[in-house]
Design a protein around this ligand. Structure first.
Ligand code: CP
Length: 303
C-alpha cells in the first residue's frame, strides 16, 4: 500500500512479504555495502519528537539503497518556530521528496499528513498511537531469533497504556497464531479499545500485574519503558516508575528472550545485555534491513 500509518494497514501476507524482503536486505545492511535501487530518490524526515533508532535507521536504510534524506530532527530548527503550521510544512516537504517519514507527539498526525500530500507517508510514531515500522522489525527479530512467529507466547510488559510500540505489536501478533500476555501496573493497562478489538478477532489475552506468573511459559518478554513524557501528571509517573526491573537473576533458568524497542531507562538491568536472553541490540540493528525493505517496497510501488 501507499502509506504506512497503522499496522492494521497491513494484511498478514503484506507483513510476511516485508519480512522476506528484509532477509534479502540484511546482508547489505550487515556488510555495510550500498545498492542503487533507490538511487536519485529523496526521503523527507520530519521528526517533531526525539528519536535515535527510528530516525537514524531510516536514514541508514535510505542511504544503503543509494537514496538520500532531507529533514529535521527537532521542530525548533524548522520554520515551525516562526509559526508555520504542520499542513504547510508537510506540503512543502512532500514537493521536495519521494516519501515522508513523520514522528509527532499528537496521535493521528501521520494520517493527517497523508491527507495533504501525494507522496507516501510513513508513521514513525504518533503520540501514544502507533509505531508500525517498529512492529515490523520486532516481528523480524522474533522470526530471526526464534525461527517463527506462530505458536509463540509473547508477554508485553510495562507501559501498555501509553506505549505505541506495544499497541502496534499487539494488533500485528493478533494476525498470527500466538498467545499474548499483558503485564502492567493496573494504571498502565492496555487500552480497553485495543483489548476489545483483539477479543473480537478471537485472541484471548492473559492480563496480569505479576511478571513472575508469565516467566515460565513465555518465549518473548517484550519490555517497554514507562513513557514519562505522556503522563499528564508528573506525580503519577513518580508513583509508577520502576514498576518492573528485568535482571539476569529474574530470567536465568527460563527459555525466553528479552526484547525492548529502546530507549531503556532502568527497566532492564545491564547484566542482561551480554547474555543469551538479551536481544534488544540485535533488534535495534534489524531496524535497518526492515526499513530498507519498506522503503524499497513503498517507493517502488508508488512510481
Ligand atoms: N524504538 C524507537 O522508536 O526508538 P527511538 O525513539 O530512538 O526512535
Amino acid at each position: 500500500q501507499k502509506n504506512i500509518i497503522s499496522i492494521s494497514d497491513f494484511s498478514k501476507d503484506d507483513i510476511e512479504y516485508i519480512l522476506r524482503l528484509s532477509e534479502k536486505m540484511e546482508p547489505i545492511a550487515r556488510s555495510k555495502k550500498q545498492s542503487n535501487v533507490l538511487s536519485g530518490k529523496i526521503l523527507g524526515m520530519l521528526f517533531y519528537e526525539p528519536s535515535t533508532r527510528t530516525r537514524l535507521s531510516f536514514e541508514a536504510a535510505m542511504k544503503r539503497l543509494g537514496g538520500s534524506t532531507i529533514g529535521f530532527a527537532e521542530a525548533n530548527v524548522s520554520s515551525t518556530t516562526k509559526g508555520e503550521n504542520l499542513t504547510d510544512t508537510v506540503k512543502i516537504v512532500g514537493e521536495y521528496s519521494d516519501a515522508i517519514v513523520i514522528r509527532h507527539n499528537m496521535e493521528g498526525t501521520a494520517r493527517f499528513a497523508s491527507s495533504v500530500v501525494d507522496v507516501p507517508v510513513i508513521n514513525a510514531g504518533d503520540g501514544a498511537g502507533q509505531h508500525p515500522t517498529q512492529t515490523l522489525l520486532d516481528l523480524y527479530t522474533m522470526k530471526r531469533v526464534l525461527g517463527k512467529i506462530d505458536e509463540l507466547h509473547v508477554a508485553l510488559v510495562g507501559d501498555l497504556k501509553y506505549g505505541r510500540t506495544v499497541h502496534s505489536l499487539a494488533y500485528a501478533l493478533a494476525m498470527f497464531d500466538v498467545k499474548m500476555s499483558f503485564v502492567s501496573p493496573p494504571e498502565l493497562k492496555m487500552p480497553n479499545g485495543i483489548v476489545h478489538d483483539l477479543n473480537k478477532a478471537g485472541v484471548s489475552i492473559n492480563e496480569t500485574n505479576d511478571i513472575h506468573s508469565v516467566l515460565e511459559d513465555s518465549d518473548v518478554l517484550y519490555v517497554t519503558r514507562i513513557q514519562k513524557e505522556r503522563f499528564p501528571d508528573p506525580e503519577e509517573y513518580s508513583k509508577i516508575k520502576g514498576a518492573y526491573r528485568i535482571d539476569k537473576k529474574l530470567v536465568e533458568d527460563t527459555d525466553l528472550i528479552v526484547m525492548h524497542p529502546l530507549p531503556r531507562v532502568d527497566e532492564i538491568s545491564y547484566d542482561v545485555d551480554n547474555t543469551k536472553y538479551g536481544k534488544y541490540f540485535e533488534q535495534a540493528f534489524y531496524g535497518v534491513p526492515v526499513r530498507m525493505a519498506l522503503l524499497k517496497s513503498i517507493i517502488d510501488s508508488f512510481e
